[in-house]
Structures are given as structure tokens and as C-alpha cells.
Write a protein that binds this ligand. Structure first.
Ligand SMILES: Cc1cc2nc3c(=O)[nH]c(=O)nc-3n(C[C@H](O)[C@H](O)[C@H](O)COP(=O)(O)OP(=O)(O)OC[C@H]3O[C@@H](n4cnc5c(N)ncnc54)[C@H](O)[C@@H]3O)c2cc1C
Length: 316
């Protein structure tokens, strides 16, 4: 039986692995079969991860995190976890190849997925003008004309934040009114750099190597128009990857895994959660990494407490 199994190979999973491995806990980390390295594998330049003043490519950062985790003894398995059983003291996880692995603790760090528009060229131009994160990429759009798609609070927040850099921000929304809270709406309406395009959806994204424009389609009459922009921020929602733990771990109203205060303790003792899967708000590589640290330390304390209990029992 393992002491720690980690599910997920993003900044949260690998950071948890670095700490657990350095504590001598020999973690077994399931990295997934297709998306090893997590969300940062989908981006180019990361300029806000401390320690890299010249910036670093997302995939290189993740490769270095993995190397660091393996250097201290993390065993990485390139498979998905397809089922979890957290009902007993021994936690069981089933991998894609059908094997069942047991551990005293599990760190759940499966991240979250930004909702996509689902149109051609969206993935191809990701990191080349198409983005899901204004905090991450806003800086690259100084004095540009860009667009944000969405009508909720996060779309208003992204649009307002982006006006710090861009000269002009179009907000494209498929209805004639917003879902965002009153205060967020007001803030956006009062911003002179923001212009709303109502009853419209993005039908196509143009650009060979970088975004050069969009085709918008009216949701009212189907008519189309061209919009020249160099950036498109998609802010239509985010889904934490929790499908394996529904009914097994408590979730929050936002759909993230519920943890106890600033800890990583879930509703099940011995199961810890970290990264974007617990975070409805910040969702950054550094916050996910920090959260992985918390999970590794919590798991370590849990294992030490179990060990103490065992010694006390055997002394009776
Ligand atoms: C395009 C883009 C650009 C970004 N740029 C920046 C940036 O510049 N700076 C910044 O700080 N942040 C950036 N972010 C945000 C950052 O990538 C995330 O906040 C961070 O990666 C979250 O880390 P995580 O470990 O929680 O999850 P993730 O990175 O999502 O990793 C989760 C991992 O778990 C794996 N997994 C899921 N389910 C299973 C399973 N059942 N079995 C095994 N493995 C599983 C996934 O495949 C994935 O590898 C960006 C995000 C995107 C999408």
C-alpha cells in the first residue's frame, strides 16, 4: 500500500509530489493518459510565475516541475484514474488499465476546464490571441482592440480588467441582457473603453498565426458581420473536474471540492484536494502550486497522526 497517491499532473499535483517526495513518502502520481502537465501545456509564454524574470514557456515549466518531483522519488504513471473508493480507511483508486491502487491518503488535484466556444480554430489559435485568462494574458494586449465573449460576472471582470491594457474591448453576448450582478454590469457600462455587442455570437475566428478578426452572427436574425480584433477572451464558465467524486466528497455551491478553511482537508479524512479543483476564484499556476504544498503538508500530518495512533495501540 502507498502512503500517498496524487491524481493530477498540473502545478498542484507536481508541487504536492515535490513536497511529499522530499518528506520521504514516495508518492505515486497519476498524470493522465492524454493531458500530462495540465492547463499550462496549452499556453505559450508564462510571465507571472516567480523565478523566471525572462518568462518561460508553459510546457517547459511543467516539464521542470515533473523533473523536480521525479528527482526526489515520485513515481509518475501515465494513466487516468477512472474510479475512486474513499469509503474505508484504505483509499482505493482504479486506473484506466483496470489496476486498483491502495493508499493511506489521496491528494485530488484534477484541475478545472474552461468552457470553450466549440468553433473551428479556437484551439489552434489558443495562446496566439485566443485566451481564457485575462490575468495571465492581458499584458500581451497593450493598446490593442480585443473582444470578450460572455455575459456573467467573470466576463465583466475580465473585460474591465483588460481595459488597463487594451485601447478597446468589445463584449460579445448572445442575449440582450447580462447575467452578471448589477454592480459588475454598472462598472462595465461606465467604462468608456468597453462597447457591448448584443444578441451576437462568434461564428468564426480568423488568423494564420495570430488572431486578426472574428465573424459575428446575430442570434436575432442570423446576419453576419466582421469584427477586426487581435485578441479573443472566452469567459463563458469553468467546470471543476469533479465527476469521479460526486456523492463521495462534499462540493461547494460553485461546484469545486469543499475544503476546510485554508487547509486541503475534504469531507473525507485522508482525502485532500488542491489546485483549481478547489478554487472558484484565483485559478493561477502559483496559487495551484501553493495549494499543492498545503495538501502535501496536510497529508504528511495525517500520516504522522495515523502512525502515532498505531504506536499508541500497539503499546497497550
Ligand atoms: C490557456 C491558459 C493559459 C494560462 N496561462 C497562465 C499563466 O500565464 N499564468 C498562470 O499563473 N496561470 C495560467 N493559467 C492558469 C493555470 O494553468 C491553472 O491555474 C493551473 O494549471 C491549475 O493547476 P492545477 O494543477 O490545479 O490543474 P491543471 O493544470 O488543470 O492540471 C490538472 C491535471 O489533472 C489531470 N487529470 C484530471 N483528471 C484526471 C484523472 N481522472 N486521472 C488522472 N489525471 C487527471 C489533467 O489531465 C491535468 O493534467 C492558464 C490557463 C490556461 C487555460
Amino acid at each position: 500500500m502507498h502512503q500517498i497517491i496524487i491524481i493530477g499532473s498540473g502545478p498542484a499535483g507536481f508541487t504536492a509530489a515535490i513536497y511529499a517526495a522530499r518528506a520521504g513518502l514516495k508518492p505515486l502520481l497519476f498524470a493522465s493518459s492524454v493531458a500530462v502537465g495540465g492547463e499550462l501545456m496549452n499556453t505559450t509564454e508564462v510571465e507571472n510565475f516567480p523565478g523566471f524574470p525572462e518568462g518561460i514557456q508553459g510546457p517547459e515549466l511543467m516539464q521542470r516541475m515533473q523533473e523536480q518531483a521525479e528527482k526526489f522519488g515520485t513515481q509518475v504513471v501515465y494513466d487516468d484514474i477512472t474510479e475512486v473508493d474513499f469509503s474505508g480507511d484504505v483509499k482505493r483508486v482504479t486506473a484506466g488499465d483496470g489496476t486498483v491502487h491502495e493508499a493511506e491518503t489521496v491528494i485530488y488535484a484534477t484541475g478545472s476546464a474552461n468552457r470553450k466556444l466549440g468553433i473551428a480554430d479556437e484551439d489552434r489559435l489558443s495562446g496566439h490571441g485566443v485566451s481564457w485568462c485575462a490575468t495571465c494574458d492581458g499584458f500581451f494586449f497593450r493598446e490593442k482592440t480585443i473582444a470578450v465573449v460572455g455575459g456573467g460576472d467573470s466576463a465583466m471582470e475580465e473585460a474591465t480588467f483588460l481595459t488597463r491594457f487594451a485601447d478597446k474591448v468589445y463584449v460579445i453576448h448572445r442575449r440582450s441582457e447580462l447575467k452578471a450582478s448589477k454592480i459588475m454590469q454598472e462598472r462595465a457600462f461606465q467604462n468608456e473603453k468597453i462597447e457591448f455587442i448584443w444578441d451576437s455570437e462568434v461564428a468564426a475566428i480568423h488568423g494564420e498565426n495570430e488572431v486578426t478578426g472574428l465573424t459575428l452572427r446575430s442570434t436575432a436574425d442570423g446576419s453576419e458581420r466582421e469584427l477586426p480584433v487581435t485578441g479573443l477572451f472566452v469567459a463563458i464558465g469553468n467546470d471543476p473536474r469533479t465527476h469521479l467524486v460526486h456523492g463521495k466528497l462534499e462540493l461547494t455551491a460553485e461546484g469545486t471540492i469543499a475544503v476546510d478553511g485554508r487547509t486541503s482537508r475534504t469531507s473525507v479524512p485522508g482525502v485532500f484536494a488542491a489546485g483549481d479543483v478547489v478554487d472558484p476564484t484565483y485559478r493561477q499556476a502559483i496559487t495551484a502550486a501553493a495549494s499543492g504544498t498545503v495538501a502535501a503538508l496536510d497529508a504528511e500530518h495525517h500520516l504522522a497522526a495515523l502512525e502515532q495512533e498505531r504506536s499508541a495501540l500497539s503499546a497497550v
